[in-house]
Design a protein around this ligand. Structure first.
Ligand SMILES: [Zn+2]
Length: 99
């Protein structure tokens, strides 16, 4: 999965973004939990919000999550024939819900 895409040109055009819950399935499979309940802390602006409130880009390849506060990428997941790639780059932390 590429890591040199438009991370820095995130700008503020989030018009094609979906609700974060659209990405919950892909991240949930990768993490083995209900991803919509995960709190994500943005490493850039410190914005903290549930995954479901982030902006999701599912046009591919893979699924990209962007911070609802500053539009920076806070997570990516992509499934390839070789396996599932999960990147949390751009986030400070993810709090998975207690089971
Ligand atoms: Zn942010």
């Amino acid at each position: 999965m590429s890591s040199d895409d438009d991370t820095e040109t995130a700008a503020t055009d989030m018009s094609d973004a979906l609700d974060g819950s659209a990405a919950a399935g892909a991240f949930g499979v990768a993490l083995g939990t209900d991803a919509s309940m995960i709190d994500i802390v943005c490493d850039h602006c410190g914005h903290t919000a549930p995954l479901a409130e982030a902006r999701a880009y599912v046009q591919g390849p893979g699924t990209t999550l962007r911070c609802a506060g500053c539009a920076r990428v806070v997570g990516r997941v992509a499934t390839t024939p070789a396996g599932t790639w999960l990147s949390l780059a751009g986030s400070r932390s993810w709090r998975l819900p207690a089971r």
